[in-house]
Write a protein that binds this ligand. Structure first.
Ligand code: MGP
Length: 282
């Protein structure tokens, strides 16, 4: 990937010294496009401290000490960023995944910001590219077993009209995914596991944001209790994304021209069948 140049740091909500420190902390890893697994002590570099060897009183987060922090804020899941540029793809759908490149895996807040501040924002990508941020171990393809029975919430924004806002909407979508806030308040025994990843696609005339889910709603008209619960979960996810993350109001119409509503379709059912029975709109 060639998009590892620094971009506008003002988009981050962290103070500048904190960002610089976090960029510095992972710069080697970013250069290699690979994070080292630090769980094995033998993997530590000379002078590096294993986090569990630090006593609680000696722990310094990036917020305590912007340059000398020694612990990171772990994320609930590890996430992998993938990138592709379809305009450069020569192959058909059968080896589509070969052209989709794994960029980096991270599992802490600091690593996320280090990555974010070292890659191009969507508005600077070529006009036919995609960023995919997926939970570690899940390939951003329909074929992956985590996605095979799933679907996606997506929304499309006309390029020119949304150019000033789309980078921020993508950042907020990523933050809500890695912060695990998209599924709302879950009871203690529920798992935050409906989402497999989030995507931004740049196209000549529009940007498309999407959230992929592990499951999809049933096409049956008579839903079992379980299917109904899943349907409600998927609907709630779409509403939280539209209202709390993207900032639109309840019932606000977005579609028209190249723009779409925030809408859900199953991967297998496909657009036509889903349209016939009425797709879900947030
Ligand atoms: P797309 O990028 O999801 O659609 O898929 P878009 O943006 O409407 O189309 P575009 O032509 O403007 O880019 C585009 C094409 O990529 C599909 O028709 C497939 O050939 C291929 N493709 C996309 N995805 C997400 C997959 C996938 O998961 N698996 C495979 N095998 N091919 C895919």
């Amino acid at each position: 990937m060639t998009s590892t140049t620094s971009n506008d740091k003002s988009k981050s909500t962290l103070p500048e010294p904190a960002i610089s420190a976090s960029v510095q902390a992972i710069s080697d890893s970013v250069d290699n496009l690979k994070l080292k697994d630090k769980t094995d002590k033998s993997d530590l570099e000379e002078g590096e401290i294993k986090e569990e060897d630090i006593s609680p009183e000696d722990m310094k987060t990036v917020f305590d000490d912007a340059t000398g922090f020694n612990v990171k804020h772990p994320l609930f899941n590890a996430w992998t960023l993938w990138f592709d540029n379809p305009s450069k793809k020569s192959s058909g759908a059968h080896n589509w995944l070969d052209d989709t490149k794994e960029v980096i895996t991270f599992d802490s807040v600091e690593e996320f910001w280090g990555l974010y501040n070292n890659i191009l924002p969507p508005t600077h990508l070529p006009q036919k590219a995609n960023y995919y941020l997926f939970k570690r171990g899940i390939r951003p393809a329909w074929e992956d077993e985590a996605n095979a029975d799933g679907g996606k919430w997506s929304v499309q924004f006309p390029r020119e009209k949304w150019r000033d806002r789309i980078d921020r909407l993508w950042l907020d979508t990523m933050l809500s995914a890695i912060g695990e806030t998209l599924e709302g308040d879950l009871s203690e025994d529920a798992t935050n596991d409906l989402i497999t990843g989030v995507i931004i696609s740049t196209r000549p005339n529009f940007f498309r944001l999407a959230i992929w889910t592990r499951q999809t709603t049933s096409v049956n008209t008579e839903l079992t209790q379980e299917e109904n619960d899943l349907h409600e979960r998927i609907e709630r996810l779409g509403k939280i994304w539209k209202h709390d993350v993207l900032g639109f109001t309840e019932g606000q119409k977005l579609g028209g021209g190249l723009a779409t509503e925030v809408e859900f379709v199953g991967h297998k059912e496909g657009e036509r069948k889903q349209r016939a029975r009425g797709k879900i709109v947030a």
